[in-house]
Write a protein that binds this ligand. Structure first.
Ligand code: FE
Length: 172
């Protein structure tokens, strides 16, 4: 956790100096698995992902770390569009299923389609939780809880760093 905070601190400093966009773009172009159209399941080792993903994404997506509450870029964000897996490009959520929450992480009441995410029991930290993973690349995205709004009553509590957002293009 300490290490993660350090990474976020370094990221913030980079952002202040305008380097983070270039760095992220650089990492994205070097990712040969990233596709918004491919749906075939990926089998990629963590050793390989570590070479491809920026460190703050690798740590959450591949080592199930949790980004610090209230710090993610999509926590207070309500633009209309689609959220994709930042690791592989798989479509995950529509902005229409995102809801305002005080938990500190972006939250959705349903995935874009049934198989876009998969679930796994998580008994870490002495808690019984259900982990939410990307249905294409098996990356850790966050957890699901039963305190969400209608119509599902579910709260998909996600880490912003694992999400890419593409806004709806407005035709004027
Ligand atoms: Fe993925």
């Amino acid at each position: 956790m300490k290490k993660l905070k350090k990474i976020f601190l370094v990221s913030s400093v980079a952002l202040m100096h305008g380097n983070i966009t270039a760095q992220s773009a650089n990492f994205k172009t070097k990712n040969p698995y990233y596709s918004k159209t491919e749906t075939a399941k990926l089998k990629v080792s963590n050793a390989e992902w570590k070479k491809i993903l920026k460190p703050e994404l690798y740590q959450v997506a591949r080592e199930a770390a949790t980004e610090t509450a209230f710090t993610g870029k999509f926590y207070e964000f309500d633009e209309k569009g689609t959220y994709y897996c930042a690791v592989c490009g798989n479509a995950l959520f529509l902005s229409t299923s995102k809801f305002a929450t005080t938990c500190g992480w972006p939250s959705f009441y349903e995935p874009i389609r049934k198989n876009s995410v998969i679930y796994k029991k998580d008994n870490s930290l002495n808690m019984e939780r259900t982990e939410v993973l990307c249905g294409r690349c098996d990356s850790h995205l966050g957890h699901i809880f039963d305190d969400g709004p209608a119509p599902t009553g579910k709260r998909f509590c996600m880490n912003s760093v694992c999400l890419d957002f593409v806004p709806i293009v407005k035709n004027n």
